[in-house]
Design a protein around this ligand. Structure first.
Ligand SMILES: [Zn+2]
Ligand SMILES: [Zn+2]
Length: 273
């Protein structure tokens, strides 16, 4: 195991999580049993003074995050538990979080590619691989420059356009991707290895593993550090962590490639007298 943390977990507080078992009381012992030492909750949130939430975000206004935060802090857990949030952007420069709310969370992850939210997030002008690729690049660069997120989750994975994934990424030259990832690296923004990168041929995820591998390899080359995220919405989906660890292994990641947030606290050795 390279990573001892899963920094992207949805609790029952997320509207899209239908599993009542998805609670800290169930998740902490489950992941501790798998050898994990740290986890982070990242329920969806949209908070903006300028842009009204979509229907999906209407009730995901931060209240539940604060309740979860207080609850987590009020208990003792066998592993380290953080409470963050997964915020969104609907266009370059238009983000769904305020500095005040960020301050109340342990950390913030941001999605730059929720293009399946067709009535909310700006879509590419044309449904072509090249146009989608340019669109993703603009979103990513804007988020990386914003300095808002600690982690960019599932970067360059085009939700809503998975069938264009291979071709769109192939249309982006290495140099441009390296430049984009360098911005994230210089702002200490972590790049997430998310479960969406694992092809699922039986579903609509027929893409080549080489595509996310190229993205993550370039991120590593640009000096980015990484986290892994199950993005679990139900209690069964933590099984995916084993596969994410293998993916991290094939990227030849080591301690120095781990983002500070994903690192576990080193316990000081007590001298025996
Ligand atoms: Zn997401
Ligand atoms: Zn998520």
């Amino acid at each position: 195991m390279i990573f001892f943390s899963d920094m992207h977990i949805h609790s029952f507080a997320s509207v899209c999580c239908q599993d009542e078992r998805q609670t800290p009381e169930n998740i902490v012992p489950l992941l501790a049993g798998k050898g994990y030492k740290k986890i982070g909750f990242t329920d969806h949130v949209w908070i903006s003074k300028d842009v009204e939430p979509s229907h999906f975000y209407k009730t995901q206004n931060g209240e539940r995050h604060l309740e979860l935060f207080d609850f987590i802090r009020s208990c003792r857990w066998e592993i380290e538990v953080l409470v963050g949030c997964e915020t969104d952007m609907i266009a370059p420069g238009v983000f769904g979080i305020t500095p005040e709310f960020k301050e109340k969370m342990d950390y913030v992850v941001m999605a730059t590619d929720h293009f399946h939210m067709t009535n909310f997030v700006q879509l590419p002008e044309e449904e072509t691989p090249e146009c989608l690729a340019r669109h993703m690049l603009k979103f990513f660069i804007s988020a990386a420059k914003s300095g808002i997120p600690d982690i960019l989750v599932h970067p360059f994975f085009p939700y809503g356009y998975v069938e264009l994934y291979d071709k769109s990424i192939a249309s982006l030259p290495d140099a441009e991707l390296l430049d984009a990832f360098s911005i994230a690296a210089s702002n200490n923004i972590g790049i997430e290895i998310n479960k969406c990168y694992l092809p699922k041929p039986q579903l609509d995820r027929c893409f080549s593993l080489e595509t996310p591998m190229r993205i993550l390899t370039l991120a590593k080359q640009a000096g980015c550090t990484f986290t892994i995220g199950s993005d679990a919405h139900n209690i069964e989906s933590f099984d995916v962590l084993d596969k994410l660890q293998s993916l991290a292994e094939s990227l030849d990641l080591s301690e120095k490639n781990i983002h500070p947030l994903a690192k576990i606290r080193k316990l000081k050795k007590v001298k025996k007298s």
